[in-house]
Write a protein of this length. Structure first.
Length: 157
């Protein structure tokens, strides 16, 4: 029994190693959870670092604090990200900030979360309702692949 467990752990380590070394490029058919796990363990290198100037971020205010989405958008713009739509979320009762990403943009969302000093647990796939709000607020059409819904944890006193 112990030998089987050790063997299983060894196989899992090899699989994670292969995914990390290939950058997850060959795991397109893997589930999002396993893709997320491989990205979470993937160290940032100069080859895989996100260039903020290539990432457009929309910011939605999920609190009742006026102007908070604009403040967070400004922080991201100063960090080099491209400014997307700035608007209100569907409700203003979000306790925590969520960074959502469109398909294939998880790495960009993780970089945005890091810029905002948020953990990986704040990063989630983009849901259609949030995408509709962010896209309807964009005057030039939907160009954002990362949408931040600001919660009270980023509110300023």
């Amino acid at each position: 029994m112990l030998g089987g467990l050790v063997g299983l752990l060894a196989v899992a380590a090899v699989v994670v190693g292969v995914v990390v070394l290939t950058g997850g490029k060959h795991a397109a058919s893997a589930s999002r959870s396993s893709a997320g796990a491989s990205l979470a363990s993937h160290p940032t290198s100069s080859l895989s670092a996100v260039q903020p100037s290539t990432v457009t971020v929309s910011v939605l205010n999920g609190t009742d604090q006026l102007g908070l989405a604009g403040e967070v958008s400004g922080r991201l713009t100063r960090a080099g990200y491209r400014k997307g739509a700035v608007s209100n979320a569907s409700d203003q009762t979000h306790a925590t900030t969520v960074v959502q990403y469109a398909a294939h943009d998880q790495r960009d969302a993780l970089a945005v979360a890091t810029s905002l000093k948020l953990g990986r647990t704040s990063v989630q796939p983009l849901d259609s309702a949030t995408q509709r709000i962010a896209c309807s607020a964009a005057p030039l059409g939907c160009t954002s692949h990362v949408v931040v819904t600001v919660g009270k944890n980023l509110a300023t006193p």
